[in-house]
Design a protein around this ligand. Structure first.
Ligand SMILES: Cc1cc2nc3c(=O)[nH]c(=O)nc-3n(C[C@H](O)[C@H](O)[C@H](O)COP(=O)(O)O)c2cc1C
Length: 248
């Protein structure tokens, strides 16, 4: 692993890779990634996490500004944070407010419909009635133990940066998830953590200049868990693309 300079693959390498059906492999990794919410009790070496971050840092960012900062947690460090978050979520959830909103207060109809469909599939698969707020809340609490994953990641960004840098950040996060998948590991990106940003900040000594972007669970998936096979669908390309100026 080159820990100092990211070495770009040159065109000749890429052409050679293409000849080896690299697109099939990349497509399989992309389509194979899905949010995993139950993990095996199997540790992940620090070296593997470092490798994943090493390849993920090849993500593009405007003017190569690289706005990411990662806190990688395992063992006691992860458990201590999980304990504090679990306590707050169980006993004082009303005392905390997210440091930013992911969705507007009123979600547009088409997005609300997709969100409702997701909720029905997710909670349905867990045997949780959507009206059962107690059990739904217990499932939400699983976020704060990183769904039992051996590795928990917390991502922060310099608060002075604008929305554009959050685009860069999304690419970095996706790179992590794909690099993990390519190594037999699975992930779940999690915004849930931003509600308890004050606790996270205190535990990880995060500078006041940084904003918590999200967290991520990482580990080996429990492939026997139905919750790990939700099979969520996506809209077809024609539903979100206007093709202009093509010959056919
Ligand atoms: C930015 C972001 C935040 C998310 N936050 C959570 C979360 O807090 N908890 C959770 O269980 N899933 C979370 N997810 C996972 C989404 O629910 C999931 O990606 C979506 O339903 C599509 O499913 P798939 O990833 O399995 O394809 C998040 C995903 C993204 C991209």
């Amino acid at each position: 692993m080159n820990s100092v300079h990211y070495q770009q693959q040159d065109d000749a390498d890429l052409r050679e890779s293409a000849a080896d059906n690299v697109s099939e492999v990349v497509d399989r990794v992309m389509r194979g990634r899905a949010a995993v919410r139950r993990f095996l009790d199997r540790p992940v070496d620090r070296g593997i996490v470092a490798d994943i971050l090493d390849v993920a840092r090849s993500a593009p960012s405007n003017s190569n500004t690289q706005p990411w900062r990662v806190h990688a947690l395992a063992g006691e460090a992860k458990d201590a944070l999980c304990a504090a978050l679990g306590d707050a979520h169980a006993n004082r959830p009303e005392a905390y407010t997210p440091c930013y909103k992911h969705f507007p207060d009123v979600l547009g109809a088409r997005y609300a419909a997709r969100q409702a469909e997701f909720g029905a599939i997710y909670y349905g698969c867990l045997g949780i009635d959507f009206a059962d707020t107690v059990r739904r809340n217990m499932q939400t609490a699983q976020n704060f133990r990183f769904f039992g994953a051996p590795v928990g990641l917390i991502f922060t960004i310099d608060s002075s940066l604008e929305r554009g840098s959050w685009i860069d950040y999304g690419m970095f996060l996706q790179n992590i998830m794909l690099a993990a998948k390519a190594r037999g590991l699975d992930t779940c990106p999690q915004i849930s953590f931003v509600k308890y940003h004050e606790i996270i900040r205190q535990h990880l000594s995060i500078s006041p200049d940084e904003t918590i972007v999200c967290g991520m669970s990482m580990g080996y998936a429990d492939t026997s868990a139905r919750v790990n096979a939700l099979g969520l669908s996506r809209e077809p390309v024609t539903a979100f693309t206007s093709f202009l100026g093509f010959d056919n």
